[in-house]
Design a protein around this ligand. Sequence first.
Ligand SMILES: [Zn+2]
Length: 422
Amino acid sequence: MNRNTIIKMRILLLALLSVLTAGISTSLAGDIKQTADEIAVAYAARVVGDNNRVRLVMDFDRRIKFKTMYLENPDRLVLDLEETIFGLDGSSDERIRGLVTDFRAGAIAPGRSRVVLLTSVPTRVEKYSIKPQQKDGRHRLTMDIIKTDRETYRDAIFLQTGALGESGNVAYKGDRIRRDRKGRAKQFTIVIDPGHGGIDGGAEGSGRTIEKSITLGFAVALKRVLEKTRNIRVLMTREHDVFVSLAERVSFARRNKADLMLSIHADSLRQRQIRGATIYTLSEVGSDEFSRTMAKNENRADIFAGLALPKEDTAVADILLDLARRETGVFSVQFASTLIDRLSGRISLIKNPHRAANFQVLRAPDIPSVLLELGYLSNADDVKQISSSEWQASTSEFVSQAIVAYQRTHEIRNAFLHLRAK
Ligand SMILES: [Zn+2]
């Protein structure tokens, strides 16, 4: 083997911690319900090879079962396995080369883990084996992955669809649907959506600050504040370190008949000097280049988790849907300006804090939806600030004031519509 193309990933067992380095990321399941004995451990993983073939080698504490799946746009090879803890010591700066351009491993749903290899061309698993190692009793998975042509690849995808479903059905679906009791006036419902989670860590800042933990921490703080106010039902798209697809976040809000959806993020920018909170609403076109790039990156979250891309939105031509979207858009903008009002002068905001872009998570046609970037993990001052619990506590207070203000206007409007209807 050519030494230059050897990628080593020394894997450590790190309790509930995830690391993202040099385009390689791993994350650990936070939603562990099994006892430690029941969870498999991956000690080591490496990819060795060139542009025609690579060998994936992973060491586990036991004989594991897995399924493979191929995905297109971009090309990915996915291994679905039982719940497994992965860790990466972060000291390795070797790059992924050859056929494999990105390697991720982590939780995908309760009790399930996943390894995703992003490949530069279509590939095929030539052969694999799992063998116990004499020296330490560990089980080594060796998988040879070779380059293949587009047609063969598509045939393989076509054949697997019947067996696994189009997206591999990995969206997290718990018993989270709460229905309104019959006969009661519908309570104002907000869905708080902590960005990223599980295998998808999101952005990374200094000191191993991971976006998925920041967003969850802030969402929990906000939920606590909101629950003190009466007449607001607060739901979250995730309450643990689990992966939830973008489509599932939107349909969660729709199933629960949310009146408002607030997605929380703390992304990273190439321009490290930029800092401050940003409030995004949906726009097909995008308000500026900066926002368009942001949405593009954000919409890639599912790709790195090994999900198939959603089907084209064929319903766009529907005129009723178009009207609904327009009305929803007006309310989204209304909430965005209320939010900016409450945050101005209290926390640092980016220049022109209201921006717009085509974020997939804001696309519910009937639910006003806003995405709040708390700040940017690429800026050292922002990292310090948004990871502090004092800042999170006071900021969640301001955000909740905006939600309450929005809820009031929402109720007045509903009462007015009700009167008119009589
Ligand atoms: Zn994000």
